[in-house]
Design a protein around this ligand. Structure first.
Ligand code: NAD
Length: 437
């Protein structure tokens, strides 16, 4: 089979590479010349573990190519995937569909024989119908179907998620489109991945419902963590105690500074707007959005407390700025709220991140970027862990203590043990374990 992938970002590049690994001939197309040039040189424009080897292997096998030219990408394709960004529209919180609709226009201009147009971007209910209308208007006689196939991969574990997903969701309105999609996903069908075959609207809404549910779970445990601090309980034991109940499940019960990233913030907001528009408000999700926004901002007060109540003239060492480990993605990362607030309170901020500094430097002016964790700590009044990269999990505590001006650590990811930190002589605070700072 042959497919074209429009948009060569986190989703498009990973999906394209994984489909080519399944034996499909994939042409990834992007309008960003810099990205395509990099890919043609064998460089990977994003940080995603394992992606470099997977791309190199499939390029070498002749199944994966890159281009700026959609006509070339779509030549002979059974399906063309739309995997462009759907960020929050400025001003009203709805998903901005400019890129999706532009892609639909471009597809219309290049359709050549029966093609399934597959929406992989996260798009509000009704977008598939709109994409179909755009293409139909431009090409009344063309043979095509529009299907929805939302993506559930997580950055940092994207290849494993794509190759061994919990399920694949496909929304299609014709047997011909369903057949093409089944053939594309046949390798997953063979390993008994459940395939939820449904209509387009259901598939579109499923993606938002999944992300909103996960965001709610995180927000729930964050609030329980705050309560734990007041009453002397340990949130990890509470999470274990509830998570072992199969109806609740263990995952996504880890407290932290509030969810961030390229999906949860924008998708929860877009779902809220869609629901309001249809006069079926999702009030739980509205509350989740509000709590999470406030939570990210409130984290600064924990660092102020660790610095004896004032940040004026203090140096804060920040470890990790990406929204989670194993990615360079900075979209809606909690650090984007926390670091400027620290600076506004008079702190000098030093920071290190294993993969995110290039991107973060554009978004966080005035930060003194360092080459590793230990250099970041030198002479600082306090260290704050914002992202749980593996390399921060086993720092040499004696060395850290010797480098810091005061041995204060604010661990917003709970990667250290409070008793061990106290024994090591640290003024240690974390989330939801015993007492608040
Ligand atoms: P991204 O910003 O990394 O990549 C989007 C790419 O599309 C960019 O390279 C951009 O240049 C390109 N593009 C935009 N318009 C184009 C056009 N007309 N022609 C060709 N290329 C075009 O975005 P992403 O993180 O890959 O997300 C894509 C979609 O997938 C979004 O809707 C997102 O919500 C969804 N999604 C993302 C994730 C994730 O973890 N990042 C997971 C699941 C779903």
């Amino acid at each position: 089979m042959r497919i074209a992938m429009i948009g060569t970002g986190y989703v498009g590049l990973v999906s394209g590479a994984c489909f080519s690994e399944f034996g499909v001939h994939v042409t990834c197309m992007d309008k960003d010349k810099g990205k395509i040039d990099q890919l043609l040189r064998g460089e990977i424009p994003i940080y995603e573990p394992g992606l470099d080897d997977l791309v190199a292997k499939n390029v070498k096998a002749g199944r994966l190519t890159f281009t700026l030219d959609l006509a070339e990408a779509m030549k002979g394709a059974d399906a063309v995937f739309i995997a462009v960004g759907t960020p929050t529209r400025r001003g009203d919180g709805h998903a901005d569909l400019t890129y999706v609709y532009a892609a639909a226009e471009e597809i219309a201009a290049n359709l050549d024989g029966y093609t399934v147009v597959v929406n992989k971007s996260t798009v509000p209910v009704g977008t598939g119908r709109e994409v179909e209308a755009i293409i139909r208007k431009a090409r009344p006689d063309a043979e095509f179907d529009v299907a929805s196939n939302p993506e559930f991969l997580r950055e940092g574990a994207a290849i494993g998620d794509f190759m061994r997903p919990d399920r694949v969701v496909i929304g299609a309105e014709s047997e011909r489109a369903r057949d093409t999609m089944r053939r594309l996903y046949r390798p997953l069908h063979l390993i008994e991945t459940p395939i939820v075959m449904t209509n387009r609207e259901t598939a579109e809404l499923t993606k938002y419902a999944a992300n909103a549910f996960l965001a709610t779970k995180i927000t729930f445990i964050n609030e329980i963590a705050d309560l734990c601090e007041k009453v002397g309980a340990d949130v990890h034991d509470v999470a274990k105690g509830i998570g072992l109940d199969g109806r609740i499940g263990k995952k996504f019960l880890h407290p932290g500074p509030g969810y961030g990233g390229s999906c949860f913030p924008k998708d929860t907001l877009a779902l809220v707007r869609t629901a309001q528009q249809h006069e079926a408000p999702v009030r739980i999700v509205e509350t989740v959005v509000d709590i999470n926004d406030k939570r990210k901002k409130s984290m600064t007060s924990r660092i102020v407390a660790a610095c004896e109540g004032s940040l004026a003239g203090k140096t804060v060492a920040v470890l990790g700025v990406t929204f989670k480990p194993n990615t360079d993605d900075m979209r809606d990362a909690p650090s984007l709220d926390i670091v400027p607030a620290l600076q506004a309170a008079g702190a000098h901020v030093r920071a290190f991140d294993p993969a995110g500094m290039h991107e973060a430097a554009k978004l966080l002016p005035g930060v003194d970027w360092r080459a590793d964790a230990y250099q970041t700590l030198e002479g600082a009044d306090c260290v704050a862990i914002l992202t749980e990269w593996n390399e921060f999990r086993a720092l040499d505590l004696n060395r850290c203590k010797a480098l810091l001006k005061r041995p204060a650590m604010v661990d917003l990811r709970n990667i250290y043990n409070p008793a061990e930190m106290a024994a090591a002589g640290f003024l240690y605070s974390s989330i939801g374990r015993g007492s608040a700072p």
